[in-house]
Design a protein around this ligand. Structure first.
Ligand code: BG6
Length: 493
């Protein structure tokens, strides 16, 4: 598939996301020569930088964030020569005219000469800025006549800060772009291991018959980070872990675990774009609402003790959430889904644990040893892979001794290819116009609809987060949430 040249414009072009993820993602595509010929990348920000200054900034970021053995002089040169920077004050019509000038010209990259652009260039506008700016930016792009049918807009999460503001943002963007042009990114959907979850579930036959309330005892989803808020305090302190992680990444993972088999996954046909998203939406709509007292009982809100000091002022924002959810449908009735996420935790770990029930009949009652329930561990990071925990016979004569054992699949050992970074994969999908791994408006709003009463109850009860020490598994209340159900978090060493 030969793609037309693309003008890739990043609003927030000097921000953390652009420098740590987007430009390294574009660099990897450049390295593999996948960027369409003639592609230009325009970083837009308020920083007073010229093109050379921006190229230097990006080069430094690539040195910092790209794997050392991937840094190649040729690819670096090719990528940086595509870059331009525009200092933009959103209130200045002259600055917007300059953006128009850049995008309506056909920059011959090697010589820097501008000539008129053919109108069939793909245009991608990546909005890596606060979501209340999405609408105003789209309006300006529209006023300038920059929005054509082959344009796409990428929206970073969180979209809004509750259901009402999310609707407002989606309405504003929707007045300028058609839904098919809007790519709402959730980078978790670009992780290899997350996509492999779909393949494992649906390209094999052995799991599906037991993937239900008859055989599954409960599901745990953990996304733990060792990092703190770093220099994103401004954004993070307004968002908190529920908005930053649960409303999007964790609920998306829950959907992929719980959804019914879609009719197809992947492929270019329009029907397949929606097949997965339709199924995810059904799960979101089947989540039992947590409201009022149920919120008090089923959620834990935590904050690491050094958060205020890191931030520079006291705060009641949560940096940790644990909660117990239920999917009210035939397949999952009565099966708890425990979700937790936090910063400054003991280990960096993103895992899904599907814990199965005990065998219906205890056949080895007098055996020496332990039985542990079967469990499927899906490791998203680090060490992407899967582990199926079984009980085996301990070798040796005499009586039967039961012993835990496991089947392991580590991607690094099983496949030679490196897993692409999520942004690298997703940016390619944007350029190709494949929206399957992006969130549809109804999904985002259904997720907000479920999260909002939790936020409301925390606010109404002025719930202070419970403190936890950095480097731990979070507050003790999170362990109690499961202990109450006679369960415990699986801590993988
Ligand atoms: C982002 C959140 O969406 O995901 C960050 O805004 C978080 O707070 C990050 O650190 C985690 O992503 P990953 O891929 O490193 O697990």
């Amino acid at each position: 598939l030969v793609l037309p040249p693309c003008d890739f414009t990043v609003f927030g072009g000097t921000g953390d996301l652009a420098l740590r993820k987007l430009l390294p993602g574009l660099y990897e595509q450049e390295r593999r020569r996948q960027l369409p010929a003639g592609t230009r990348i325009v970083g837009v920000s308020r920083s007073e930088l010229d093109d050379t200054g921006y190229r230097d900034l990006v080069t430094q970021a690539l040195f910092d964030h790209v794997a050392e053995d991937h840094l190649e002089a040729g690819a670096l040169h090719r990528l940086t020569s595509r870059l331009r920077h525009l200092t933009l004050d959103a209130h200045s019509p002259e600055d917007w005219d300059r953006l128009h000038g850049i995008l309506k010209s056909d920059l011959v990259i090697t010589t820097g000469t501008d000539t008129p652009a053919p109108d069939d260039r793909n245009r991608v506008f990546y909005l890596a800025v606060a979501s209340d700016l999405f609408g105003p930016i789209c309006d300006r792009l529209d006023d300038l006549g920059l929005v054509t049918p082959q344009c796409r807009v990428v929206l970073e999460k969180p979209i809004g800060s509750d259901l009402t503001s999310s609707r407002r943002v989606n309405d504003a963007v929707g007045r300028v772009f058609e839904e098919r042009q809007i790519f709402r990114i959730d980078h978790y959907l670009g992780k290899e291991s997350v996509q492999n979850l779909l393949v494992t579930r649906f390209a094999n036959v052995f799991l599906e018959p037991i993937w239900n309330s008859r055989w599954v005892d409960h599901v745990q989803i953990t996304v733990a980070e060792t990092l703190g808020v770093g220099d994103r305090g401004d954004y993070y302190d307004r968002a908190g872990a529920l908005r930053d992680m649960v409303q999007n990444h964790l609920l998306q993972l829950l959907c992929l675990v719980a959804m019914e088999p879609p009719t197809h996954v992947g492929g270019a046909a329009e029907a397949s774009e929606d097949a997965v998203r339709d199924e995810k939406l059904k799960v979101l709509r089947a989540l039992a609402p947590l409201t009022g007292r149920e919120v008090d009982r089923n959620t834990v809100r935590g904050q690491y003790t050094s958060y205020g000091a890191e931030l520079g002022h006291p705060s009641t924002t949560e940096t940790f959430v644990a909660l117990r959810a239920e999917v009210q449908n035939w397949r999952w009735a009565g099966v708890p889904f425990y979700l937790r996420t936090g910063k400054r935790m003991a280990r960096q770990e993103s895992t899904i644990e599907v814990v199965f029930k005990e065998p219906p009949h205890a056949m080895f009652p007098h055996s020496d040893g332990v039985t542990t329930p079967n469990r499927l561990t899906i490791r998203m990071q680090p060490d992407e892979g899967m582990q199926l925990h079984l009980t085996a016979k301990h070798p040796g004569p005499g009586g039967i001794r039961l012993h835990p054992a496991s089947l392991d699949l580590t991607y690094e050992d099983a496949f030679e290819e490196r897993s692409p970074e999520p942004y690298e994969r997703l940016l390619m999908d944007v350029m190709r116009g494949i929206p399957t791994l992006f969130m549809r408006r109804d999904e985002v709003e259904a997720a907000w609809g479920w999260v909002e009463p939790i936020l409301a109850q925390w606010q109404d009860t002025a719930l202070e987060p419970v403190r936890y020490h950095p480097g731990t598994h979070g507050p003790a209340a999170a362990a109690r949430l499961l202990a109450r159900d006679r369960r415990f978090w699986q801590e993988n060493a």
